[in-house]
Design a protein around this ligand. Structure first.
Ligand SMILES: *Cc1c(COP(=O)(O)O)cnc(C)c1O
Length: 422
């Protein structure tokens, strides 16, 4: 098919060309005396992305799922009880892993479209006077439903009853795109992966552990080998890995971290809110449709799960979008299969890319019989983007003036151009 694929699944996300090029490397000796430069630099810069000074980032050749396993097996012991909530496919899978690894879990089931039930957590934790709950799990961004939860509030619930359980957060589809604060929120284990906000292919499971988590690891009797933090931290300390690292992924990560530094993490978070707001304008103001997320406080800035009307199969919209328009959208998973389609709007993305995806969604929806006005979503998003500037965009206002002056071709233009330089 001519032209490019519009990749709008919420992971893997678009890998910037700079990052792709940085990954085309010859293999090298990962035990050379030069190698530690790379290890130390990526581990240092990852701390800024996790917003931690006291935490320890750890990189596994794995995916987010491996990160989940690392978090659980390093810091718990066989039979330990964890508190978790289920409100989508990813929070569900983490709970499933907890039981498959032989830990106990108290699960709070929530409606899909809601997030971590903080009040319920607070009640359960306050009742647990004997501190049998060893860890509290929270999926910050439930990618299956487009729901973001309040992690600071989970920390507050733990603190309110002085509960010592570890706070474990899945930030796979939020790190580097939705605000995450390891230190400020007292997160003990944060799990992420390379292929979402970090703009890389899948292949790295990236975890950050607090000092409290590392202390818990000392006492853990859970068998583990590949995912042992101890081997990794010992080797990383001297700039190496306990086994062969995924070299191109590390070079890609180095370049992605450069890009994050250049744009600025806060600007990136603002850009995600801005682009997500444009998508929501399309959904609500343009199409008159609904999100799976049940209230504005849950709206995710990295993925929107859009409910299709009764009688329409969401999978049909996705298939037409892909086959006819070369647009890849996220499917409804498990309980919400067929009921929705998802637009991933995270990573290396700008307005026109989002507008292209929205245009494709419109055509695909019209093709399968959804009653929307052609151009309505695109128009609503355009309106939003033109009326709202991000911080980064304000910087270009000046060159726009010069450009406007050039197109007049008159003395007036020259004056405007000169004025713009002041
Ligand atoms: C993608 C995702 C995962 C799974 O990560 P993999 O890299 O596919 O193993 C876990 N949790 C959330 C919230 C995700 O979005």
């Amino acid at each position: 098919m001519a032209g490019r694929n519009f990749l709008f699944v919420p992971g893997p996300t678009n890998v910037p060309e700079r990052v792709q090029r940085a990954m085309v490397v010859s293999m090298e000796d990962h035990r050379s005396t030069k190698f530690p430069e790379l290890t130390h630099s990526v581990l240092t810069d990852l701390k800024a992305v996790f917003k931690t000074t006291t935490g320890t980032p750890i990189i596994f050749a794995a995916t987010g799922t491996g990160g989940w396993e690392a978090a659980l097996t390093n810091c718990l012991s066989p039979g330990d009880l964890v508190l978790a909530s289920r409100f989508g496919q990813f929070s569900h899978l983490w709970i499933d892993m907890v039981t498959r690894l032989g830990f106990q879990v108290e699960t709070v089931d929530c409606e899909w479209g809601e997030g971590v039930p903080v009040e319920k957590y607070a009640e359960i934790l306050a009742r647990d006077k004997g501190h049998t709950i060893k860890a509290v799990l929270a999926t910050q961004n439930e990618t299956a439903t487009g729901v973001t939860s309040d992690i600071a509030a989970v920390r507050a619930a733990l603190d309110a009853c002085d509960h010592p359980a570890l706070l474990m957060v899945d930030a796979v589809s939020s790190l580097g795109s939705i605000d995450f604060r390891m230190d400020e929120w007292g997160v003990d284990l944060c799990v992420s992966g390379s292929q979402k906000g970090l703009m890389l292919p899948a292949g790295l499971g990236i975890v950050c552990a607090s000092q409290k988590a590392l202390n818990a690891r000392e006492k853990s009797t859970q068998p583990r080998c590949f995912f042992d933090f101890g081997d990794m931290i010992k080797a990383n300390g001297t700039g190496y890995f306990p086994y062969t690292p995924a070299l191109p992924m590390l070079y890609g990560l180095r370049e992605a971290l450069n890009m994050i530094k250049e744009e600025g993490l806060e600007n990136i978070l603002t850009r995600h809110t801005y682009l997500a707001s444009g998508v929501r304008a399309a959904v609500f103001d343009g199409w008159g449709m609904k999100l799976c997320a049940k209230a504005p406080k849950w709206y995710s800035d990295t993925v929107s799960a859009i409910l299709v009307p009764e009688g329409i199969n969401g999978a049909h919209v996705i298939d037409v979008a892909f086959r006819r328009y070369n647009l890849s959208l996220g499917a409804g998973l498990s309980k919400v299969a067929g009921k929705l389609f998802r637009i991933g709007h995270l990573g290396d993305l700008n307005e026109l890319m989002v507008l292209g995806a929205l245009a494709g969604c419109e055509m695909a929806m019209l093709d399968v019989g959804v009653k929307i006005e052609p151009g309505s979503g695109v128009g609503a998003a355009q309106k939003y983007f033109r009326e709202h500037d991000t911080i980064a965009k304000k910087k270009v206002a000046r060159s726009e003036v010069v450009y406007a002056s050039q197109s007049t071709g008159s003395n007036e233009g020259a004056t405007a151009g000169a004025a713009a330089k002041v």
